[in-house]
Design a protein around this ligand. Structure first.
Ligand code: SF4
Ligand code: SF4
Length: 242
């Protein structure tokens, strides 16, 4: 063991003076008293969370078509979906249609890592982030939320943020504006076709009006050069074989 008297700490000299530590401590206290407090008085005061906080996942059951994309993409495999098919009779249709009915949609929040992939991939806007985070349980099994429980979280989902005024317009808005710009009545044809026969250009009907017939192919060929072998006709008689 090192003898305390052998320590070469430069503060040793100060420690030996009585009251130095007290003065230092009071200095820190005074400095901190003038600063603004960073302590959040949770749970008496609810924290102000950013609007896109990832607290819990909420489900809109009516939007879910049981496409299974979220369950397939979840890296933790903590989404459990069961469904059955149901026949829907559509008046006027030749045969009944089938639709998926959701029987079970559970998320195990004891496994979830809050990556948000399920919400990103859902093509039917059935999943949303809620900033609610106060759902701790004494029993880990209670962290498995069924579709009714997930649906209850929808009440805590904040409304979507307003559009950025400097951002690009949404695709839906652009498409609606383009559709509104098209007149209800299709545009008139550029020029009306002449209705009186005298206004129409005369079509060449007599043989004399038609262009002269093309000469026979054999007449198009140049005469054979002296000393060259006569070209052989192919099987169809249309020309020399290569
Ligand atoms: S947030 Fe990620 S881990 Fe959690 S359920 Fe969705 S995909 Fe799975
Ligand atoms: S991706 Fe969306 S629509 Fe498809 S099963 Fe999941 S929640 Fe339902």
């Amino acid at each position: 063991m090192t003898d305390p008297s052998e320590r070469s700490d430069p503060a040793d000299g100060e420690r030996s003076l009585p009251g130095v530590g007290l003065v230092k401590g009071l200095g820190v206290t005074l400095k901190t008293m003038t600063r603004r407090s960073a302590t959040q008085q949770y749970p008496d005061v609810a924290p102000a969370l950013p609007p896109r906080s990832r607290g819990v996942i909420a489900l809109v059951e009516e939007n879910c078509t049981v496409c299974m994309l979220c369950a397939r993409e979840c890296p933790d495999w903590c989404i459990y979906i069961d469904s059955h098919k149901e026949e829907v009779v559509v008046p006027g249709a030749a045969r009944a249609r089938q639709r998926n009915v959701l029987d079970r949609f559970d998320i195990d929040f004891s496994l979830c890592m809050y990556c948000g992939i399920c919400i990103e991939v859902c093509p039917f806007d059935a999943l949303y982030w809620s900033p609610e985070f106060e759902y701790a349980e004494y029993d880990i099994k209670d962290l498995l939320h069924d579709k009714e429980h997930l649906g209850e979280w929808m009440g805590t989902v904040p409304p979507p943020p307003a559009h950025d005024p400097n951002g690009e317009p949404a695709k839906e808005e652009t498409a609606a504006a383009r559709k509104a710009a098209i007149p209800a009545n299709p545009a008139e044809p550029p020029a009306a076709a002449p209705s009186h026969p005298a206004d129409r250009p005369a079509a060449p009907s007599r043989p004399a009006d038609r262009p002269a017939a093309a000469p026979p192919r054999s007449a198009e060929r140049p005469p054979p050069r002296p000393g060259s072998r006569p070209a052989e006709e192919n099987a169809t008689g249309e020309g020399p074989t290569p």
